[in-house]
Design a protein around this ligand. Structure first.
Ligand SMILES: *[C@@H]1O[C@H](CO)[C@@H](O)[C@H](O)[C@H]1NC(C)=O
Ligand SMILES: *[C@@H]1O[C@H](CO)[C@@H](O)[C@H](O)[C@H]1NC(C)=O
Ligand SMILES: *[C@@H]1O[C@H](CO)[C@@H](O)[C@H](O)[C@H]1NC(C)=O
Length: 432
């Protein structure tokens, strides 16, 4: 990774110059990305969480503390003792299963391929053997899938040389990206392409290298949550826009005592506070859970998050801390075998309603042990994605449809389904 010779990061007392490459290590305790930092490499992991590499350290997600990179990727250290990664990217090509979701690291002349934090057999290899035509000692790399680049490409950066590498044909196209700074790391996030240089970044067109709009911008304001700042940056607006109008079914939905709504979908969640909306990865806020929760309900200042046959319990409020001793088996916590479809508690009550297939169970959270006290048939819907209950009634989410009932009693006894509403419009204020 090219390090700009004029950057002196006094707080770290590091000498970040070309000659100093690889020598600025073991100051992890002092590494604070909020003071401004030029990253060596950025890549998503297989859960879509961004990893920022700096020296022999690693930042996972947009906030949180630094870790030693070798704790997650041991061999990077063993093989080279270089203490830094030149470039990294995550291959995301479902029709290339041997590489799909692998993270590739570039160190000097070598390339490492990791899956699930495990080095693939035969790696490290020479860059030439895996990416013929691509030079050693790279500065940055980023994947560009078919949907953005017409074919599945990896874009490599070295100085101002740009290479489009076609994953399938292995053809290399040298490009000239006029008007773009030399990137020290590059990153695809939510369908956009970012070149990082110094403390700043620029958004670019992966085909032409054109930079539109007012760049560079300070990476700390967009890619790192440094103050208790809001994610009201352009980046998260894009994300929020995409999530709030998405028609992909929700996994889970709940609201907290303050009336804020939390919606979970795949690897992401949205928090809706009145007019304000935040989006983030589940992995970064609910690390232990990773992704793809089945249902979530709130009780007594905590989220109960059910995934398969396990229950994760997080304190509501930033950061969401995971309660010790969890996850626990669902059977132990609520007396029911997983998986379940939906679980919800109405405000000021302590009865959790659990829908599993065609049965609705009621479990008293104050009982000990907790076991279903009542089982009633639930046949109104063929299936439900999740159910949320608030002071103004019960909302049932079935695919893109939302059904509103005045109360649980009304849901159980209503003769007809209420008129379905659109999930994105009703819950997230999507206007189309
Ligand atoms: C990681 O590196 C640190 C120092 O850089 C070393 O003390 C530690 O033993 C290494 N851990 C592993 C798992 O290799
Ligand atoms: C990932 O690695 C962990 C331990 O390193 C293992 O338990 C798990 O089964 C692996 N998952 C996959 C999908 O290979
Ligand atoms: C970008 O890289 C080229 C070498 O490829 C170098 O000549 C040029 O000075 C670099 N520009 C900046 C602004 O560092």
């Amino acid at each position: 990774m090219r390090l700009l010779s004029h950057i002196a990061c006094l707080s770290l007392a590091l000498s970040l110059n070309e000659a100093g490459k690889g020598h600025e290590h073991h100051h992890g305790a002092a590494l604070d990305r909020c003071k401004g930092m030029e990253m060596d490499a950025i890549a998503l992991n297989e859960h879509g969480v961004p990893y920022f590499f700096k020296g022999d350290h690693l930042f996972k997600g947009f906030h949180g503390k630094v870790e030693l990179a070798n704790a997650s990727f041991a061999e990077l250290d063993e093989h080279h003792h270089l203490g830094h990664v030149d470039a990294a990217f995550r291959m995301h090509i479902p029709d290339a299963p041997e590489h799909h979701d692998h993270i590739f690291f570039f160190l000097d002349t070598k390339v490492f391929s990791y899956y699930n934090h495990t080095l693939e057999p035969g790696y490290p290899k020479d860059i030439q053997d895996v990416f013929p035509g691509i030079p050693d000692h790279l500065d940055a790399a980023v994947e560009c899938p078919e949907e953005d680049c017409k074919s599945n490409l990896v874009i490599f950066f070295k100085g101002d040389d740009i290479y489009h590498f076609d994953v399938k044909t292995k053809k290399v196209d040298e490009k000239v990206f006029k008007g773009m700074p030399n990137c020290t790391s590059a990153f695809r996030w939510l369908g956009h392409y970012y070149c990082f240089h110094g403390h700043d970044f620029s958004k670019f067109d992966p085909m032409t290298g054109e930079v539109h709009g007012r760049y560079p911008k300070d990476a700390r304001k967009y890619f790192m949550r440094c103050s208790n700042g809001e994610y009201t940056t352009e980046l998260f607006k894009n994300h929020v826009e995409r999530e709030k109008c998405s028609r992909v079914h929700l996994d889970a939905i709940t609201s907290d005592d303050g009336g804020n709504v939390y919606a979970f979908r795949g690897h992401h969640f949205l928090r809706v506070e009145g007019e304000k909306m935040h989006a983030d990865t589940i992995e970064s806020a609910f690390k232990e859970l990773h992704s793809e929760v089945d249902t979530v309900f709130s009780y007594n200042g905590h989220f109960y998050m059910i995934k398969d046959d396990k229950v994760f319990v997080y304190k509501i409020g930033e950061p969401h801390t995971h309660l010790e001793g969890y996850p626990k088996p669902l059977k132990e916590v609520l007396g029911i075998e997983g998986p379940v479809d939906a679980a919800f508690i109405c405000k000021d009550h302590h009865i959790v309603h659990i829908i599993k297939g065609k049965t609705l169970y009621k479990v008293d959270m104050q009982a000990n042990p907790r076991v279903p006290s009542k089982e009633i048939p639930f046949t109104r819907f063929k299936y439900v994605d999740d159910v949320m209950c608030g002071s103004d009634g019960v909302r049932v989410v079935v695919g893109g449809h939302l059904y509103h009932f005045e109360s649980i009693m009304a849901m159980e006894t209503a003769k007809h389904d209420p008129e379905p509403k659109s999930v994105p419009q009703e819950l997230f204020g999507c206007d189309h």
